[in-house]
Each structure stands twice: as C-alpha cells, then as structure tokens.
Ligand binder design. Structure first.
Ligand code: HEM
Ligand SMILES: *[C@@H]1O[C@H](CO)[C@@H](O)[C@H](O)[C@H]1NC(C)=O
Ligand SMILES: *[C@@H]1O[C@H](CO)[C@@H](O)[C@H](O)[C@H]1NC(C)=O
Ligand SMILES: *[C@@H]1O[C@H](CO)[C@@H](O)[C@H](O)[C@H]1NC(C)=O
Length: 316
C-alpha cells in the first residue's frame, strides 16, 4: 500500500514538472489580445450582483488544480453514468459556474476556439481576489482543458479534518511547499462554510473531549449556537473570517487566537516553521500578499489537459 501511494505521488509530481513550463504571460497576445479584460468584466459584473462570487471562483480554481491539475475538470457536467467532480462530495458551496460560462461566451465571440476554460478560471480567481481588495499578479497562460472529470477523484482534495502532516503531504504531492500551504490557506479570508465542514470539532470530538480543545472556548460556544447538534437550520454555517468581507490577513490573526474555523486552519500552529509564517502573515499584510501571489502562480501552474473546450461544461 505504502509503495503504491509513493508511486502515485511520483506520477503526480512528474506530471506537474513535465507540463508547467509551457505557460507564458503573452500566450494570447496575438490570438486573443483582450482576454484579460473580457474575463475581468465577467467577474466584475457577476460580483456586482452577487457578493459571494469571488469566494466561489477562488475555491473553484483550487479544487480544479488539486484534481488532475488546472485543467477545468471541475467545470465539466456529469454525463451518462459518469458522475463529474462537481457532483462529488465536497461540492457543498461550489457555485458560480455561470460566471465562467459568461466569460467563455464573450471570448468565443471575439476569438473562437482559442482560450481554454482552465485559463479563464485561473484569470477569474486572480480577478476575484483583486476585486475583494487583495493583491494582483500576472497569470501565465496556455493551460489546456482536460477530457475527464470523476466525482470519486474529489477524494484527492485535502479535508478540513486533516492534520498538519496530511496537509503538507497533499501539497507536496503537487509540488507545493509548507510556505505555499500557509499562504494559500489564507484564501479562507473569503467565503462561507457550512456546519458539516467543522461540526466534528464541536460535537463528539473524541472520547475525552466533546469539543476540540484547540478551539477558543467562547468561539466554540458561538459555533455550537450556529450549529446545534439537533434542529440545525438547513444552510447553517459561518464565514471563515467573519470580521471582514475583504481579502486581508485577519485569517492569520484569528488562528493565533485559536479561532481558525477548520482543524486544517488551526493545525498550522502545530509546527514552528508553519507557526512562524502564520505569525509573520498576521503582522504583515504585505508579506501575506506577496506570498499569496507567488503561491497562486505556483498552484495554478499544475497542468493536465489537452484541448481547448468550446463549452466549459462539456468536452469537445
Ligand atoms: C489547505 C487545505 C484546504 C482545506 C482542507 C479547505 C477546506 C475548505 C472547506 C471545508 C470549505 C467550506 C466548504 C463549505 O462547507 O461550504 C472551504 C471553503 C473555501 N475555501 Fe478552502 N480549503 C483548503 C484550501 C484552500 C485554498 C488553497 C484556497 C484558495 C487559495 C481555498 C479557498 C476557499 C474559499 C474561497 C472558500 C469559500 C468558498 C465560498 O464561500 O464559496 N481553500 N475550504
Ligand atoms: C453536489 O452533488 C450533489 C450530489 O451529486 C448534486 O445533487 C448537487 O447538484 C451538487 N451541487 C452542485 C453545486 O453542483
Ligand atoms: C496525522 O493523521 C494521520 C492519518 O490519520 C496519522 O497517521 C498521523 O499519525 C497523524 N499525524 C500527527 C502528527 O498527528
Ligand atoms: C482528544 O483530543 C485531545 C486534543 O487533540 C487529545 O489531547 C486527547 O488525547 C484526545 N483523546 C483521545 C481519547 O484520543
């Protein structure tokens, strides 16, 4: 079993290393010079109507890149007997697929068959962060769209119950470091979580503790009132960073106060090197922004696909 896992890790690492070098900043400069404006407009228009759009786009890009590389596999619809990623288990808050469709439609009108859905998603995630008051960065382009999407493969995504070594392993399998893990986890400065993603920490945690002792007690009490064991409201939950709706470094300050919402957030304190980074990002918004931008470029270079889809929801 261990040998097989090691072998699979090797394949994942090899595919990262073998394909990421083909991306470039000016990939569409001749074939679709307005690509960046067109995507930015679609994201801006949708965000003006629905404030939950940026968080959704950022998470969607992360899910895309962690399963089969950034190949827009997360956008494909289930077909026939094949259940696609978007119908797999951790899809509770995946939405805003329509924003990518709107950008694709506008791009097909100006430069048909040229821009991949995977590139649109990478650009949209960048624009989503910037529109939320966060940093911006240049996105290398030239990703290709994949032809496969399987619900069962969403098991490859890290879970909110993961401990630090599991998180590190999940990231290192994709060529991402401990610093990338801490920086990218800062994406949780945006967005909302359902009770199902953290209820293990506040009810029947383990044989000796009903509540996770790494939770700040008053924060735990608040979470229990939002997510009672019985009679829970259907869409109950909370923002991961309830203090602000902007993309800032409050997420790291909350972790230092034992108010990280998921175990996977709180465990970043479990080792001196990740803990020092949490402390650094909590103190310096600039250090966080620089690290986040750098790590996003790395994450969004995990490539995998082979075609440019005409419709982001179906293979050609
Ligand atoms: C480190 C491992 C990670 C774990 C275990 C994790 C887990 C989760 C969970 C459980 C949710 C809440 C889903 C729900 O209940 O509705 C969530 C939401 C979210 N995650 Fe992560 N995540 C991780 C990394 C990331 C990364 C790397 C990013 C982006 C850079 C990211 C961005 C987001 C965003 C923006 C949301 C909010 C989505 C929305 O409100 O629509 N996450 N994550
Ligand atoms: C999540 O998966 C379920 C089960 O397959 C499906 O019914 C639901 O539509 C999916 N949600 C989204 C947002 O795709
Ligand atoms: C993390 O979780 C894994 C899987 O449950 C376990 O084997 C490992 O011992 C845990 N590591 C730590 C440091 O708790
Ligand atoms: C429950 O979790 C706490 C904190 O992680 C730990 O100290 C304790 O040993 C755990 N109890 C059991 C029975 O695993």
């Amino acid at each position: 079993m261990a040998v097989m896992v090691a072998f699979l890790n090797l394949i994942i690492m090899f595919s990262v290393v073998s394909t990421s070098k083909s991306l470039s900043l000016n990939y569409y400069s001749k074939t679709c010079p307005d690509v960046e404006c067109i995507v930015a407009k679609a994201v801006k228009d949708a965000t003006a109507r629905d404030k939950t759009v940026p968080a959704a786009l950022l998470r969607m890009h992360f899910h895309d890149c962690f399963v089969r590389g950034c190949d827009a596999s997360v956008l494909l619809n289930s077909k026939g007997s094949n259940k696609a990623e978007k119908d797999g288990p951790p899809n509770v808050s995946l939405h805003a697929f329509y924003v990518i469709d709107a950008a694709k439609k506008a791009l097909e009108a100006s430069c048909p068959g040229v821009v991949s859905c995977a590139d649109i998603l990478a650009l949209a995630a960048r624009d989503a962060v910037f529109l939320s008051g966060g940093p911006t960065w240049d996105v290398p382009k030239g990703r290709k769209d994949g032809r496969t999407s399987k619900a069962s493969e969403t098991r490859q995504l890290p879970a909110p119950t993961f401990n630090l070594s599991q998180l590190r392993q999940s990231f290192s399998q994709r060529g991402l470091s401990g610093e990338d893990l801490v920086a990218l986890s800062g994406g949780h400065t945006l967005g909302f979580s359902h009770c199902s993603s953290f209820k293990n920490r506040i009810h029947n945690f383990n044989a000796t503790h009903d509540v996770d002792p790494s939770l700040n007690p008053s924060f735990a009490t608040k979470l229990i009132s939002i997510c009672p064991l019985k009679n829970q409201a259907k869409n109950a939950g909370t923002s991961m960073d309830p203090s602000t709706t902007t993309f800032d470094n409050t997420y790291y300050r909350l972790i230092l106060q034992q108010k990280g919402l998921f175990s996977s957030d709180q465990v970043l304190l479990d080792n001196p090197d990740t803990k020092n980074l949490v402390a650094k990002f909590a103190t310096s918004k600039k250090a966080f922004y620089d690290a986040f931008a750098k790590s996003m470029i790395k994450m969004s270079s995990i490539n995998g696909g082979q075609e440019v889809r005409k419709d982001c929801r179906v293979i050609n």
